[in-house]
Design a binder for this molecule. Structure first.
Ligand SMILES: [Zn+2]
Length: 432
């Protein structure tokens, strides 16, 4: 984490919106205390119509947990409910290419591009699916008072690598979009020196906070859509520039409450690149919105939902929102643990309650966990009010293991199931 501005960084979307809005964190907390406003902006999302491939009446998985005949203790109740839900759910009835592989079904290892080369999906091990070794809002490059310090990126990255390795993490997916300071050679150096596998991304950030001028201009000229596809395909199959480092995942992002035409262009290109390469798609949703819409768009464009992870879903703790997204066959990520209150983010305890509920319903093989940490902010160091620093005190890459896993254990989620969430689910996302 950054030394300056408190020991934590802010979410890529968080600080500016908070400050622009002029809202003090204390006010956010107050708002959260009101029961009717636990999830700001939350809406009821009715289940969407069946996506392509589900028209045959085979639907996804909505078995409520039930403990009929169960004699389990409270600690074991969630496990028992999940077992029953698993045993009765009909994922196995769905075509394999629609994702949601059945439990116990034999899997075949696939190849994953890490920044140091290809590895088998069997070798991913415990994986954090969405973090940032360094991140800068587009524009940081112009601030000569905060020049890029590659050495600092590597030094901070090595420290973080040691911390997560101490918790058994073997792989980290760096979700940094192309225009937000992605430095794949720095990632490669961190990976080699720390002996930590890192997977880097190809893709652009959402319209509100990305660098849009370049591809908007080219889109206006009519050349952009194929150029975006070509960029993604080249980075996935040949490498980023002349580095030889290949991207391993496709990063896509949308705005709050809408998918803009600019963003849709990247989604269509990403779905096509996925069809051709099999690379997973990981996404950014803004403030807990557009999860179902992202999933529908990608599946409609032919993406394999089993290789799609809709991200930042823990910005919304409305279970119906998650179920509406999961109904498309995709995976979801609770990948912002530690980011509390800012930009309408829920408190961790609210995330945990929602997560435990979904696990109890049998969705454990469709959910992944991470923090969306920014280990080093590019540009000038951040200056943060003490209240913000306090709210983000647990926003670091060990938080899940130190503070969230014990909560899951207390809720009766077995260590075996928790390990599978960190290990088997990311592997499955890569098709393994
Ligand atoms: Zn991120």
């Amino acid at each position: 984490m950054t030394e300056r501005g408190g020991a934590v960084g802010l979410a890529p979307e968080a600080l500016d919106e908070l400050l622009v809005a002029g809202v003090a964190p204390a006010q956010h907390l107050e708002r959260h205390a009101a029961a009717q406003d636990l999830v700001p902006g939350q809406k009821y999302f009715p289940l969407p119509p069946a996506p392509q491939g589900f028209e045959d009446g085979v639907t996804v998985v909505h078995h409520p947990p039930h403990t009929r005949g169960s004699t389990t203790t409270p600690r074991g109740a969630a496990d028992a409910a999940a077992r029953e839900a698993r045993n009765s759910h009909n994922c196995d009835a769905r075509p394999r290419e629609q994702g949601c592989r059945g439990k116990g079904e034999a899997t075949v290892a696939t190849t994953v591009n890490t920044v140091t080369g290809a590895v088998s999906s069997d070798d991913l091990g415990k994986t954090l699916v969405h973090e940032h070794f360094a991140f800068g809002y587009p524009g940081f490059q112009g601030d000569s008072l905060g020049p890029y310090d590659r050495e600092a990126v590597v030094k901070t990255g090595l420290e973080v690598a040691e911390k997560v390795k101490a918790h058994g993490v073997k792989t980290v997916i760096d979700a940094t979009p192309n225009e937000c300071g992605r430095d794949v050679e720095a990632l490669k150096e961190i990976s080699e020196r720390a002996e930590l596998q890192i997977v880097c991304s190809t893709g652009y950030y959402y319209e509100g906070e990305g660098a849009t001028a370049y591809f908007k201009f080219r889109k206006a000229l009519g050349s952009a859509p194929p150029e975006v596809e070509e960029l993604m395909m080249t980075e996935l199959t040949q490498g980023v520039g002349k580095t030889g480092v290949k991207a391993g995942v496709i990063k896509l992002a949308t705005s709050k409450d809408e998918i803009t035409p600019y963003e849709e262009m990247f989604f269509k290109a990403g779905a096509k690149a996925q069809r051709e390469t099999g690379a997973p798609i990981i996404t950014h949703t803004q403030e807990g919105t557009m999860g179902p819409e992202q999933a529908k768009l990608l599946v409609g464009e032919g993406a394999d939902p089993g290789r799609v992870m809709v991200g930042h879903m823990d910005g919304n703790t409305d279970v119906s929102y998650h179920m509406a997204t999961l109904a498309h066959g995709v995976n979801i990520a609770f990948d912002r643990f530690g980011i509390q209150v800012l930009v309408g983010a829920p408190m961790d305890r609210e995330r945990e309650a929602c997560l435990i509920g979904l696990l109890g319903m049998g969705y454990e093989d469709r959910i992944m966990l991470s923090h969306d940490t920014v280990n080093l902010w590019l540009g000038r160091p951040l200056v943060m009010p003490d209240e913000v620093v306090k709210l983000l005190e647990n926003w670091h890459p060990s938080h899940l293991f130190e503070n969230v896993v014990p909560v899951l254990q207390n809720a009766g989620i077995s260590n075996e199931r928790i390990d599978a969430i960190f290990t088997e689910n990311p592997k499955r996302l890569f098709g393994g």
